[in-house]
Design a protein around this ligand. Sequence first.
Ligand SMILES: Cc1cc2nc3c(=O)[nH]c(=O)nc-3n(C[C@H](O)[C@H](O)[C@H](O)COP(=O)(O)O)c2cc1C
Length: 201
Amino acid sequence: MCCKENHGEKNGIWEKYEIIEQKNEKENEIVANNIIIYYSRKGENYCNGSIKNLSKGNTEIVAEFIQKAVGGDLFEVETVKEYAADYYACIDEAKNELREQARPELKKYLDSIADYDNIFVCGPCWWGTFPMAVFTQLERLDFTGKKVMAVMTHEGSGLGSCERDLKKICKGAVFGKGLAVHGADAAKSESTVAAWAKQSV
Ligand SMILES: Cc1cc2nc3c(=O)[nH]c(=O)nc-3n(C[C@H](O)[C@H](O)[C@H](O)COP(=O)(O)O)c2cc1C
């Protein structure tokens, strides 16, 4: 009753109180200003010296760990033309695309990262760098004032040249420390990934 009366007043106490409450709620809100852009390929892959069939890609696993640790939106880079499920055929396709600096067409595009401060760019190591499809997406975005972190899953090459390659494309960004995750250990990497992600934002 008291609240209703005050709420009804133009400059009443309740009205003021309500405004303060809203502000506090906003201040306490966890604002997810992170986006995790990733490419990951299911199917045959090379894991610890043998070919395995992955139902979920290694990088996808890591991308989800980042989201779980620091929040944010996930954006999956998906090509219109799928790569071969066969590992060796895919190796050849990727080599040709790298040689040609191809920019494969994507199923959907992220048009803007204006709403985000921290951009995690995640992908598998393909011949030492990200799959060309990652660059198809990144080249469409304005990175001015953004913080970018590279994440690469790999079978021995670590981050390869991906940080150097990102720096050429993400103009105007500042770069956080990158993270290399051994692909075969992706499922066991949650604590390492979470600790790194929390330090990165
Ligand atoms: C086309 C292709 C190229 C690869 N090139 C490399 C490489 O140069 N260095 C490396 O350490 N691993 C390489 N790998 C292994 C992948 O980087 C590794 O398995 C990765 O974790 C796969 O991630 P994904 O399951 O998210 O696609 C390659 C794999 C594929 C399919």
